[in-house]
Design a protein around this ligand. Structure first.
Ligand SMILES: *Cc1c(COP(=O)(O)O)cnc(C)c1O
Length: 298
């Protein structure tokens, strides 16, 4: 039931540049984007226990939600295909004549797409009532749930206790919650919000118990570059620079903003000397296919 992902492909990429060495900081990128080309990065972790739960309870179909560029949906479609489950994707917005690469991929992996208007999409409970079949197992948008966070906490298996700060991008906050769960008390988890959603921290907290709530974490809101999926030229330029100087590919929605934040925080002396940073490359590179061809050199 486990999809064909390859843990041996995950590696730790060390970053070096003048501002890092000048502060005796160590900065390492956890390349879980390498797990699998479609179920790349954090999505597999967030889905893992949902699929197990569904199979255990005898469900044959997984249904979930997302937009036209949802990494979560393409990962769900693929993971379900590999697990021998059917998949349904409820998509925000009308069907376009030419589907996004993400949705094309999902459809090719057998996902049945159901399009609902943006307005209807706001009321998830109503959608469930309208479409649900008794044999459908629902997974929240982005895999947000205690099961999603439990899976995401396994990302910590690559992170030992010498790391002082663990940095990740956030969408629904599920991965961040999972990392907080797995962190030791002396470690700080920093989320970089890729959206303008200022209430996100509440969603993170809702997945934590009392002890976990007392751990060290913060969510930063200064690096969304205009909002979810917004990618102004300054961000694209940064992505090109990152590739040229560190051979590190990033995606336009999450990881580019995360890496931008990391370098900015280092320069602003946010981290004490000798800090050891672990930066989670959570994947999402397939999302770059929505850019005009040749926008990026990778
Ligand atoms: C979905 C996604 C995230 C956001 O994860 P959440 O658990 O929803 O916060 C971060 N990075 C990438 C590459 C993603 O695809």
């Amino acid at each position: 039931m486990s999809p064909s992902i390859d843990f041996d492909k995950v590696w730790l990429q060390s970053l070096s540049c003048d501002s890092i060495t000048a502060r005796s900081i160590e900065a390492t990128v956890l390349r879980i984007d390498k797990l699998h080309p479609v179920i790349s990065g954090n999505k597999w972790f967030k889905l893992k226990y949902h699929l197990e739960d569904a199979v255990g309870k005898g469900f044959e179909t997984i249904a979930s939600f997302g937009g036209a560029y949802s990494n979560h949906l393409s990962a769900t479609a693929f993971a379900c295909k590999e697990a021998g489950l059917k998949s349904i994707g409820i998509i925000r917005g009308e069907r376009m004549i030419e589907l996004s690469h993400t949705l094309q991929q999902a459809e090719a992996d057998g996902m049945q797409l159901i399009f609902v208007t943006r307005n209807d999409f706001k009321d998830i409970e109503n959608i469930k009532m309208r479409f649900a079949q008794p044999n459908w197992y629902w997974v929240n948008t982005g895999g947000y749930s205690p099961l999603g966070a439990k899976g995401a906490s396994e990302i910590f298996n690559w992170i030992d206790e010498t790391y002082t700060h663990i940095l990740c991008a956030t969408g629904t906050g599920t991965m961040m919650a999972g990392l907080i769960k797995a962190a030791k008390d002396h470690q700080t988890i920093i989320g970089i919000n890729s959206m303008k959603n200022e209430t996100l921290i509440n969603d993170v907290k809702n997945l934590l118990d009392e002890d976990e709530l007392r751990k060290r974490y913060s969510l930063l809101h200064d690096y969304h570059f205009g909002g979810f999926a917004k990618h102004p030229p300054a961000l694209i330029d940064f992505m090109k620079k990152l590739w040229k100087e560190h051979q590190l590919p990033t995606d336009i929605i999450y990881t580019s903003k995360l890496l931008f934040a990391v370098f900015d925080l280092i320069k602003k002396d946010h981290f004490p000397k000798k800090s050891k940073l672990m930066i989670i490359h959570s994947g999402g590179l397939q999302g770059n296919l929505s850019l005009p061809i040749n926008t990026l050199p990778f």
